[in-house]
Design a protein around this ligand. Structure first.
Ligand code: FMN
Length: 192
């Protein structure tokens, strides 16, 4: 058996493909892609996102105290990538160019982009400035899901087709098949 050392890298599997949506000063919508994010606390339900200080999104969150986090899916891969290439600081028509539609969240001062079928609606809970980044913790006050991806009232990942992001090849990939139920398959080793 041999192993290769790649050194210090910001690599993980899986990494998410998220879209953070916020309101600009004039009430128009902005959206950006984020892979550096994840659930970070249970009470209140919380998600942390690492944002560069320079992003339009960061300034918007600091001003409105709110943002939404959409789970990118196979059918939204093109706008998802676009939101990570262009900055709202340089192109005020960034969201308009995506051709997507948004409506105001019922719960927070941030847009829900309709084409994303699963969206976490967040209030700014905490932020930490670290070097040129801001780590924002959002309190998840609601998760809204398009009924088309529900089966018997539950979110069906096979219908949702959520994406992960591969930090090495830089590809968006569809999540694969189930290989076991958590807190369950491990029981096979309990009585050894
Ligand atoms: C796959 C992918 C993942 C990204 N992840 C992050 C991230 O986690 N944090 C971040 O600050 N920027 C990330 N970016 C870069 C921003 O999405 C990008 O700079 C964007 O233009 C910022 O938009 P804004 O200035 O309109 O907010 C990512 C871009 C891509 C394509």
């Amino acid at each position: 058996m041999s192993r290769t050392n790649f050194g210090a890298k910001t690599w993980m599997f899986p990494m998410p493909a998220l879209v953070i949506a916020t309101y600009n000063e004039d009430g128009t919508v902005n959206a950006m892609t984020a892979a550096w994010g994840g659930i970070c606390q249970e009470t209140p339900a919380g998600i942390m996102i690492d944002l560069a200080d320079s992003h339009k999104t960061t300034a918007n969150i600091e001003r409105t105290g709110a943002f939404t986090v959409a789970i990118a899916t196979a059918d939204t891969v093109v706008p998802t990538d676009f939101f990570g290439i262009v900055s709202g600081n340089n192109d005020p028509k960034k969201f308009e160019k995506s051709g997507l539609r948004a409506r105001k969240s019922e719960f927070v001062d941030a847009p829900v982009i309709e084409e994303y079928k699963m969206v976490l609606e967040c209030k700014l809970f905490e932020k930490f400035a670290i070097k040129e980044d801001v780590r924002v913790v959002g309190e998840i006050v609601n998760v809204s899901v398009d009924d088309s991806v529900l089966t018997d009232g539950k979110i069906d990942a096979a219908k949702l087709q959520p994406l992960a992001w591969n930090p090495i090849s830089h590809e968006y990939v569809k999540l694969g098949e189930s290989v076991g139920l958590a807190w369950n398959v491990g029981k096979a080793l309990m009585n050894k």
